[in-house]
Design a protein around this ligand. Structure first.
Ligand SMILES: CC(C)(COP(=O)(O)OP(=O)(O)OC[C@H]1O[C@@H](n2cnc3c(N)ncnc32)[C@H](O)[C@@H]1OP(=O)(O)O)[C@@H](O)C(=O)NCCC(=O)NCCS
Length: 362
């Protein structure tokens, strides 16, 4: 007879014992477990057999997206082979669904045949490898399962590029699109900085200037891509939060200059309140869409941020995000699913609700 319950701080010793006998390295520490129990954006669930803790599963939720991650699972040796891990995994799926997750992802060592068999029997599919991931330098196989609704259409494989500065999300999103549409292009920092110099607004409220839709579109068109801009306002962009009058003037001058150059090479700018239907049309037509979002829903920082849409289906928009945080691997930022309604809220910036989409075709 088994029951499930949430872990509490009183379970720490038992959890550490299971961890000790289950893993040779990469063990969760007391601090990790305490954090998981008290602070993390996730759930630490136990399975008990006759009141004895037989195992645990730790699930983490990815802020702002529909992704959940099975961070760890282990069953005490005395209780293995009785179907308990399978039960915990099914519970994790239920917990994920209750937290609006639509996909669960996890990592496993290539040599961990038991765990791989468990995941594959439950319908997890391998989708990537993280090189040199574990303390013993083994690679991690990354698995994913869609836990809600119908399966996605075949995903397009868009190369990943990690931005190397805080202000080059625009160039990095463009680079991922360029590689897909012009496979011979080499993705490196030189190109990233070249694109930024071509496309930057020069100033922002603080720090280096980022890139607006006009600069990015110009850089894309100059590299031979069929480019159009969809934007919901005609006035100057990114000047609302800039107090310094001279900075404002520079940003406005740069934008006007970009607009003039775009006109010279016949790149169209459509001023309309475009939404998901436009993005769907671009993706289904074989193109790529760069979309301006507010990073707030992902990282709780109110900054404008460019992403590249990799796919879209009835329920989700999928995107690659070039901004990798310290504890993330690039696999975590590839094909991130976000529910369509949630994405509509994410894809606007600032109090003026600025919306920008750049469509790119080869
Ligand atoms: C992997 C682990 C969680 C499995 O726990 P378990 O409770 O013994 O697994 P279950 O009894 O629920 O097994 C369910 C399925 O998993 C597979 N499986 C589990 N252990 C297996 C093993 N040692 N060899 C082959 N298949 C195995 C089987 O396909 C089984 O299906 P079946 O019952 O139809 O044969 C457990 O061995 C463990 O804690 N290992 C150490 C920690 C670990 O490796 N965690 C995973 C990190 S990615």
């Amino acid at each position: 007879m088994h029951i499930f319950r949430d872990a509490t701080l009183e379970d720490l010793n038992e959890l550490l014992k299971i961890e000790e006998e289950s893993f040779d390295g990469d063990r969760l520490s007391a601090t990790n477990f305490k954090y998981a129990i008290t602070k993390s954006h996730g759930a630490l669930k136990l399975i008990l057999v006759n009141k004895v803790i037989a195992g645990y599963v730790l699930i983490l939720f990815h802020r702002g997206t529909s992704l959940g991650r099975i961070y760890s699972i282990a069953i005490s040796r005395n209780f293995q082979g009785q179907g308990l891990a399978k039960r915990l995994m099914l519970l994790a799926e239920k917990v994920g669904q209750e937290h609006s997750c639509s996909y669960l992802r996890l990592e496993v060592k290539r040599t961990n045949k038991g765990a791989i068999s468990l995941y594959e029997k439950l319908g997890y599919k391998e989708f990537k490898i993280k090189q040199d991931y574990y303390e013993d330098h083994q690679d991690a196989l990354c698995y994913e399962k869609r836990i809600r609704k119908a399966p996605a259409k075949a995903k397009r494989n868009i190369a990943y590029y990690q931005q190397t500065t805080d202000f080059t999300c625009g160039p990095s999103a463009l680079m991922m699109a360029l590689k897909f549409l012009r496979p011979k292009v080499k993705l490196n920092q030189e190109l990233e900085l070249d694109l930024w110099r071509e496309a930057t607004t020069i100033y922002m409220a603080s720090g280096h200037g980022g890139c607006g839709p006009h600069g990015i579109a110009l850089a894309a068109a100059r590299r031979g891509l069929k480019t159009e801009i969809y934007i919901n306002r005609k006035s100057s962009l990114f000047t609302d939060s800039v107090r310094d009058k001279k900075k404002k003037e520079v940003i406005e001058l740069v934008q006007r200059n970009f607009e003039k150059k775009l006109k010279e090479i016949s790149v169209k700018t459509h001023f309309k309140n475009y939404g998901i239907a436009k993005i769907r049309e671009i993706i289904e037509g074989g193109g790529l869409a760069l979309v301006l979002i507010s990073a707030y829903r992902l990282t709780e920082t109110k900054v404008p941020h460019w992403i590249v849409i990799t796919n879209i289906d009835d329920d989700f928009v999928y995107f690659n995000d070039s901004d990798l945080k310290d504890n993330q691997d690039k696999v975590d930022n590839i094909n991130i699913p976000v529910g369509i309604n949630e994405f509509e809220k994410m894809a606007k910036y600032g109090s003026g609700q600025l919306k920008c989409v750049i469509s790119l075709f080869s």
